[in-house]
Design a protein around this ligand. Structure first.
Ligand SMILES: [Fe+2]
Length: 268
């Protein structure tokens, strides 16, 4: 969830770029209107909860139009001021392999699994190889584990299975044959597992391919610290040149001080 109140904090944190993994709300326009006003480089892939309640796709299309070039669905974002490439996955995914909602069909047509793979891959073509490439998606790819606590594991019913997206996994594999994929960032599967089963594994590093996988879905992303100060969650990553050197989950107070930090990765 993102609101105008977040802008002041964002101004103080001053990241080089801000990525949204979707599930902003339930199709309410106010969230995308607030995101539209962000002035730093921003990329968004909408989630299954953003698709709207109308099967016509009108609510979804309205949000995408408001986001304009911040919307990274099946496309890429490259900014002249920032050496990074963002490749967007399929919008509004609910995970579970491959499935198109009525709203996605209404807006994009009956996109097949193969077409989705092609759309993601083609967004990476002719991108500067000396820039880090970040894949941004709502649901993560298959292949990250089949336990409930895996980054994309199904935790709400048995059996525990891999609930990632197949098109994204195949696309990442194909892109990796051409160039590096330095980070895959996604949401959808909440960090806190259902039925008190614990906390999800939110970071994996494929050392062989130097690809990091980060689940950013801390839900709710707002809460309070022990002194009842309002805190907001951000997943934070840093690159040195092309190499990921740091990843963490951070909960910031309104004055931009860090209330809690969970370190996920530090380059030795
Ligand atoms: Fe979701």
């Amino acid at each position: 969830m993102w609101s105008k109140d977040d802008h002041k904090l964002l101004e103080a944190l001053a990241p080089d770029a801000l990525l949204f993994v979707g599930d902003l709300g339930n199709g309410e326009i106010r969230h995308v209107k607030a995101i539209k006003e962000i002035t730093i480089p921003t990329a968004v892939v909408l989630g299954n909860h953003d698709r709207g309640t109308d099967n016509s796709g009108y609510q979804l299309k309205t949000q995408m139009q408001l986001l304009g070039d911040k919307d990274c669905s099946w496309s890429r974002r490259i900014w002249s001021s920032l050496p990074v490439v963002i490749v967007g996955g399929r919008p509004c995914s609910a995970g579970g392999g491959y499935f198109l909602s009525n709203q996605i069909r209404a807006v994009f047509g009956p996109v097949s699994l193969e077409e989705s793979i092609e759309r993601i891959c083609s967004s990476s073509i002719n991108t500067p190889h000396d820039y880090p490439l970040i894949v941004l998606a709502h649901s993560g790819p298959t292949g990250l584990g089949s336990d409930a606590c895996s980054p994309c594991g199904r935790d709400w019913k048995l059996p525990e299975i891999d609930w990632g997206d197949k098109d994204l996994a195949v696309a990442i594999d194909k892109i990796q044959k051409i160039r590096s994929v330095d980070l895959v960032v996604f949401g959808h599967m909440h960090h806190e597992l259902k039925k008190g089963k614990g906390i999800r594994k939110t970071f994996l590093m494929d050392k062989k391919r130097s690809t990091a996988y980060l689940n950013a879905a801390s839900v709710p992303r707002k809460g309070t610290d022990e002194h009842m100060n309002l805190i907001s969650h951000f997943s934070w990553v840093e690159f040195i040149d092309k190499k990921l050197c740091h990843a963490s989950h951070r909960w910031y107070r309104e004055d931009a001080s860090v209330a809690y930090q969970e370190n996920l990765f530090n380059l030795n």
